[in-house]
Design a protein around this ligand. Structure first.
Ligand SMILES: Nc1ncnc2c1ncn2[C@@H]1O[C@H](COP(=O)(O)OP(=O)(O)OP(=O)(O)O)[C@@H](O)[C@H]1O
Ligand SMILES: O=C(O)C1=C[C@@H](O)[C@@H](O)[C@H](O)C1
Ligand SMILES: [Mg+2]
Length: 181
């Protein structure tokens, strides 16, 4: 059966928030970024949510928004958070409602894309500072090891390492042909 919800998953910096709106425009779909919705519902940044309430609080909000708002959308592209499909049975729920696409990038490319960013709490040190490059790469590698088995359960993956943003969108459009309503 053809579906009308497209989900983007992948590691922090893989391009979910960048590709999502461009893909939605090409498909004539609406666009929603789960991280942005969480920030607007909570009235604070994700860094502040993690710092003040902790990761489990964040995961429960993320899951509630997924179930109560996101899964019933139609003709939408949804950029998930980097950890959404790794928590509880979120992966199963997402795959049951739409097409899941894994935006894959190598650890080295991810490192280059995210090394100066301060808005990803899982990549900061306990004091909230950006990690030095060697420790950041270690963090990326250890998280990817746990997460990639979840990401790889997507309906298909697109490697973004040697592509620019437009090439990535075009490859997704090609792979989605005949699969969505
Ligand atoms: N081929 C590509 N596809 C996607 N993004 C790319 C590509 N090449 C370079 N980039 C850059 O990589 C960065 C991806 O960051 P983005 O915020 O979209 O990641 P994200 O997956 O949403 O991360 P998070 O899980 O933290 O929300 C952007 O700065 C984007 O311009
Ligand atoms: O990979 C993750 O666990 C996260 C990724 C971001 O999208 C945010 O959802 C948050 O920073 C956590
Ligand atoms: Mg994002």
């Amino acid at each position: 059966m053809k579906k009308s919800l497209v989900f983007l998953t992948g590691f922090m910096g893989s391009g979910k928030s960048t590709i999502g709106p461009l893909l939605a425009k090409q498909l004539g779909y609406g666009f929603l970024d789960v991280d942005e919705l969480i920030e607007s519902v909570e009235g604070k940044s994700i860094v502040d949510i993690f710092r003040e309430r902790g990761e489990i609080y964040f995961r429960n909000i993320e899951r509630k928004i997924l179930i109560e708002t996101v899964l019933s959308l139609s003709k939408f592209v949804v950029s998930l958070g980097g950890g959404t499909v790794t928590f509880a049975d979120n992966l199963y729920l997402v795959k049951g409602s739409g097409i899941l696409i894994y935006l894959k990038a190598s650890p080295e490319v991810l490192l280059q894309r995210i090394k100066y960013k301060t808005d990803r709490p899982l990549l900061l040190d306990p004091a909230g500072n950006v990690l030095p490059e060697n420790l950041l790469l270690e963090r990326i590698l250890s998280l990817l090891k746990i997460r990639e088995p979840f990401y790889l359960q997507a309906d298909f993956l697109v490697s973004t390492d040697d592509k620019d943003v437009d090439e990535t969108v075009n490859e997704i459009l090609k792979k989605l042909e005949n699969k969505i309503a």
